[in-house]
Design a binder for this molecule. Structure first.
Ligand SMILES: NC(=O)c1ccc[n+]([C@@H]2O[C@H](COP(=O)([O-])OP(=O)(O)OC[C@H]3O[C@@H](n4cnc5c(N)ncnc54)[C@H](O)[C@@H]3O)[C@@H](O)[C@H]2O)c1
Length: 367
C-alpha cells in the first residue's frame, strides 16, 4: 500500500501533539515545516516527524494531506500562498486555528481544483507553547471541531477523521460562524476577563502587599487561563474582534446593572442573580448534558504533606483504576485540601470511593 504523506506546517504545541498521534496511523509518512529551525531539529531528534523542510512550497508539493498548525495569521498567509504553488496531485488541507471565520474566508479563495479545505479546531491546549510542550495525550476526550466546505465531500471528511482518530477526540461538525460565536462566549471572552481580574489584583497589591498570599483556590481557579500564551491570545482577540467587542459591550452593561443593585442595596435581586448563575453553572457539569463532556467526580480531603497525592493515586492504581483528571482545588500550607478525581465511568468512581473510605479518607460524591 502506498504511504500517504502528511505535512504539518507549524510544529509547536498543537502541531507537534498532532504529529505524535498521527505517527500511530499506519502507512503515513509525516513531514514537517516550521519557520523556526530549532523546532525542526527537535522534531527530527525526537522522532516526532520523519522529515523536515524549511520551505513551505517544497514541502506542500509532496503532501497528500496538509495540517496548518501555525498561529492564525500565519495560517491565513499559508492558505493564500497555496494559490501560487503548482501542485501535481490532490491535496486535502485542514487547520487547527482557534478562530475560524478568517481562515475559512481565505480557504474560499483557493483556486486550484486539486485543493480541498476542511476547517478544524481541536479544543484542547495548555498554558505552554512550543514543540517541547507537545504531548500525545493533549486531545484525549476533547472536542475537535471540523468545518467542511462546499467543495469537500464525506469521503474526505472520513479520511481526516481516520487520520486524527489516535487523538481520541470527539468530532463535532460546526459552521465557522457558529464556532466563532460559541468559542467567543465560552473561551475567548472568559480569557479576557480572567486577565482583567489579575490586573485588578495587581493594582490592589500596591495598597495591600499581602494580596498574593491570600490568592488561594477561588482566585487561582478563575484566573488559571490568564497564564496562557499572550501572543496566541492577542491573535485570537483580534481575529475575532467584532464578537469580542460585542461581548465586552454586553458585559459592561451587565456590570453597570450589578453596580446599581449593589449601590442601592437590592439584596434579593443580587441573591437571585447568584442563584441563577449557580444553577446554570451546576447544570453545565450535569452528566445528562449533551456536548459537554461528563466525568464522574470524587472529592477527597487530603493534607498538605509530601507524598499525599501519590498515596491516593497509588491506592487506585493497585486496583487498576484509571484516573482521567486530578485537580487540587484548594490547599494552603499545613491545612486540608481537596482533590477532585475524575473518572470516565460510574463504576470506577464508586469503586475508588469505597477503596479510599476503607483507608480512612473523607470523600464526597456530588449528586
Ligand atoms: N495553544 C492552545 O491552547 C491551542 C488550542 C487549540 C488550537 N490552537 C491553535 O493552534 C495554532 C498553533 O498554536 P500553538 O499553541 O501550537 O502555538 P505554538 O507557539 O506552540 O506553535 C506555533 C508554531 O508555529 C511556528 N510558526 C510561527 N510562524 C511561522 C511561520 N511563518 N511559518 C511556519 N511556522 C511558523 C512556530 O515556530 C511554532 O513552532 C494556533 O492557530 C492556535 O489558534 C491553540
Amino acid at each position: 500500500m502506498v504511504k500517504e504523506t502528511v505535512l504539518i506546517a507549524g510544529l509547536g504545541l498543537i502541531g507537534g501533539s498532532l504529529a505524535l498521534n498521527i505517527k500511530e496511523v499506519e502507512n503515513v509518512h509525516i513531514i514537517g515545516y516550521d519557520a523556526n529551525r530549532s523546532s525542526l531539529d527537535y522534531c527530527i531528534m525526537n522522532g516526532i516527524v520523519d522529515e523536515v523542510y524549511d520551505d513551505f512550497a517544497e514541502a506542500v508539493k509532496l503532501a497528500d494531506i496538509c495540517i496548518l498548525a501555525a498561529p492564525v495569521s500565519i495560517t491565513v498567509d499559508l492558505i493564500h500562498q497555496l494559490n501560487h504553488i503548482t501542485l501535481d496531485k490532490e491535496l486535502l488541507v485542514t487547520d487547527v486555528g482557534s478562530v475560524k471565520s478568517l481562515i475559512m474566508e481565505a480557504a474560499e479563495q483557493l483556486t486550484s481544483d486539486l485543493v480541498t479545505f476542511i476547517g478544524g479546531h481541536p479544543m484542547a491546549g495548555s498554558h505552554k507553547k512550543g514543540i517541547q510542550a507537545a504531548r500525545a495525550h493533549l486531545f484525549e476526550n476533547a472536542i475537535y471541531v471540523l468545518s467542511p466546505t462546499e467543495k469537500s465531500n464525506e469521503e474526505q471528511l472520513d479520511k481526516l477523521k481516520a487520520l486524527l482518530s489516535p487523538t481520541k477526540c470527539k468530532f463535532l461538525i460546526l459552521d465557522p460562524e457558529e464556532h466563532d460565536e460559541m468559542t467567543s462566549v465560552i473561551s475567548h471572552f472568559p480569557h479576557l476577563i480572567a486577565s482583567s481580574l489579575v490586573h485588578q489584583a495587581r493594582n490592589w497589591q500596591i495598597k495591600h502587599p499581602y494580596i498574593p498570599k491570600l490568592a488561594a483556590g477561588g482566585f487561582r481557579d478563575i484566573t488559571r487561563i490568564a497564564s496562557s500564551n499572550p501572543v496566541m491570545w492577542r491573535d485570537i482577540f483580534f481575529q475575532n474582534k467584532e464578537k469580542m467587542s460585542r461581548l465586552l459591550a454586553d458585559w459592561i452593561e451587565e456590570m453597570q446593572q450589578l453596580k446599581e443593585l449593589i449601590d442601592t442595596g437590592e439584596k434579593q435581586q443580587i441573591e437571585t442573580y447568584l442563584e441563577q448563575s449557580r444553577d446554570y453553572r451546576d447544570g453545565l457539569d450535569s452528566k445528562k448534558k449533551g456536548a459537554i463532556l461528563s466525568y464522574y467526580d470524587l472529592y477527597v480531603d487530603i493534607f498538605d504533606q509530601p507524598g499525599a497525592l501519590l498515596k491516593v493515586a497509588g491506592l487506585l492504581a493497585e486496583h487498576d483504576i484509571s484516573i482521567n483528571n486530578i485537580e487540587i482545588l484548594e490547599i494552603r500550607e499545613g491545612i486540608t485540601g481537596v482533590l477532585r478525581l475524575s473518572f470516565q465511568n460510574k463504576n470506577d468512581q464508586q469503586l475508588s470511593n469505597a477503596i479510599l473510605k476503607k483507608h480512612k479518607y473523607e470523600t464526597l460524591i456530588e449528586e
